[in-house]
Structure formats: structure tokens, C-alpha cells
Design a protein around this ligand. Sequence first.
Ligand code: NAD
Length: 348
Amino acid sequence: MKKILITGGAGFIGSHVVRRFVKNYPNYQIFNLDALTYAGNLENITDIEKEANYTFVKGDITDEQFIANLFEEQQFDGVIHLAAESHVDRSIEDPMAFVKTNVIGTVNLLNAARKQWANNSEDKRFYHVSTDEVYGSLGAEGLFTETTPYDPNSPYSASKASSDHFVRAYGETYGMPYVLTNCSNNYGPNHFPEKLIPLFINNIINNKPLPVYGDGNYTRDWLFVIDHAVAIDLVFHQGKNHETYNIGGFNEWKNIDLVKVLCQIMDTKLGRNQGESEKLITYVKDRPGHDLRYAIDANKISKELGWKPSVTFEQGLEITIDWYLSNKEWLNSVTSGDYEKYYETMYS
Ligand code: NAD
């Protein structure tokens, strides 16, 4: 029985990864370590909480002693590290929180794994989950490849870039068996409604303004979260040691075009006249240091590991919107309390 530590498994992507591993690998004991910050929610994984091969551990990756003790007690065979502060806008308000969790937290995990695997790192693996935002901004042309130089522009992407560098450095310096992936924007169920797609779904439901940054021409590649979880599974099991893989949806959208599509689908779902939700679009002051365009070349993972997205954007959006419409309790509970204060600060 292998022991696998997944960090951040109560968050958006982590919840889908934990579910996949618990359900598909009964021969693994899955430990989900999460501090349950505002972004972590055990409601995301109630369906697996009673599974025999699943254990939840509440804890903070910035707590060096706690992490050292946990590794000592459990003797993990693998780590899939997703825990992070993940929202660019929050990183602009409070960069140090991002340094603590994304950089120091990652180094704490690396140190504990290094100590534990010092004498035998065979069949061990440290999987670091990262973002395409580390590559900076593209012009109208070109794609990020695995060899694109890092050029982060936000405190969030700088902290993720730093953590990526630490992972690679531990590979070179100490022989840490690692794999690393840089993925584009995810969307899907369980996404906290501070990020574009769930924020807009929630605001359309509640007839609130849809705040579009700048002129709306910022361009992102979008990937359905379950396809990201499948890619993580593949890379964890079949990726080559010390390799990086880019993951993306081959699916670029200008923010304003994406918002308009969302409005159209939501009008249909909510029985509103076409064009009604679009009236909620409000252009707001741009985010400082905003990257113009991200686009991923995901050919390496496709060619080497046979991965490709399983749903079209239209199918993924449909599943996502249906999920939010039938999980109003989830939506209401995560958008009350602190979220209201956050929302006021950001958009009032
Ligand atoms: P999220 O914010 O939804 O979830 C993060 C989780 O980490 C939460 O459950 C939170 O409670 C936990 N966490 C935060 N700080 C912690 C700490 N100090 N100790 C333990 N747990 C802590 O994030 P997400 O969108 O699911 O992203 C997961 C990972 O994937 C991150 O590393 C992120 O950089 C990366 N990523 C995200 C995207 C995306 O589009 N969301 C794209 C590419 C890569």
C-alpha cells in the first residue's frame, strides 16, 4: 500500500485530484493535507470522506515542525503538492501571504521529503503543480513551451516561479525525484467565486455587475478542471523524472468574448431574454501588472503521455454552469461572511 500526500485537496483543483486518486487507486492510502483557508472547503469532497483509503489532515504547510513530524510519522511514498495561495488580486493586496505558503510552504515539504527519501528515493516522487503565469505575458503571437524563460509579473506568479525554481534546484542539488507541470486557467465545479468564471456565474444569478478588467481584451487559455486532474494522474504515474510538462486546453479566449458566451448560456438557463445578462457587463480599472495573453503549447504531454482534453469548452461550461445552478447552497455559503468584505474592497 503506497502512501500519497496530496496538499490543498480541499481547494478547487485539489478536490478533483483527491477524488480521482481515492476512487481509482484503492491500493494507495491518500492523505489530504489542507489548512482550510477561505479557499479550502471540505464540502468539495464529502462523497469520499468515508472511503477506507482516505484520511484528511488539517494542517499548515508553513509550519515546518508540523510538516517534519507528519512525514516522520507517515513515511510518504509520493507527494502531489497543490496547496497554495492562488488568487492574483489577493497577491497584490498581501504578497507576504503568498511568499509564506507558496515559497516557504513548498520548501518545508521539499525538506521533509528530502530527509525521508535520503537513503532510498527509488519509486518516490515529488509532484509540484504550477501555473503558466510563471512565463509572464505573450504578445498576439506565440505559445509558452516548457523552455520559455520565466518572467513572472504578479506577486502570485513570482511566488509560484520561486517555488518551481526550488523544486528544480532540489532535483539538481539533492537528486529529489520530481515532476513539475505548468497549467493554464482551470474552470469547473468547486471553483471559488473570486475567479472569473464562477464570479460571473454567481453575479449573473444575482443580477450584479460583471466587472471586466481594462478593455476586456486579456486572453487566457481555459481547461476543464477534471481534464487537469487526469493530466496530473498521468504525469504522476508516467511522467519522466526531473521533467516539466505544460498542460493547456488549446482553447484561447478574450475575457470579453468569454463573458458574452457565459451571459448567453446563463440567459437560456435562467429563462431570461437573450442580451439581458450582457447588460450587467461593467468595465473596471485594470489590474496592475496585468498580463495581456497566456497560451500554452501542450504538445509535449500530448505526444509523450497521450493526454488531451476530453471535453470541448462548450461542454465544460455547460457542466460547470449546471453544477453552480444545482449547488446554490454551496455558492451561498462560500459567498457569505468574509467573501462579502473581500468583494466590497475589490469592486465597490
Ligand atoms: P485554491 O485556492 O482553490 O485551493 C488552494 C488550497 O490550498 C485550499 O484548499 C487551501 O485551504 C489550501 N491551502 C492554502 N494555504 C495553505 C497552507 N498554508 N497549508 C495548507 N493548505 C493550504 O487553488 P486551486 O485553484 O485549486 O490551485 C491549486 C494549485 O494549482 C495551486 O498550486 C495553483 O497555483 C495551481 N494552479 C491553479 C490554476 C487555476 O486555474 N486555478 C491553474 C494552474 C495551476
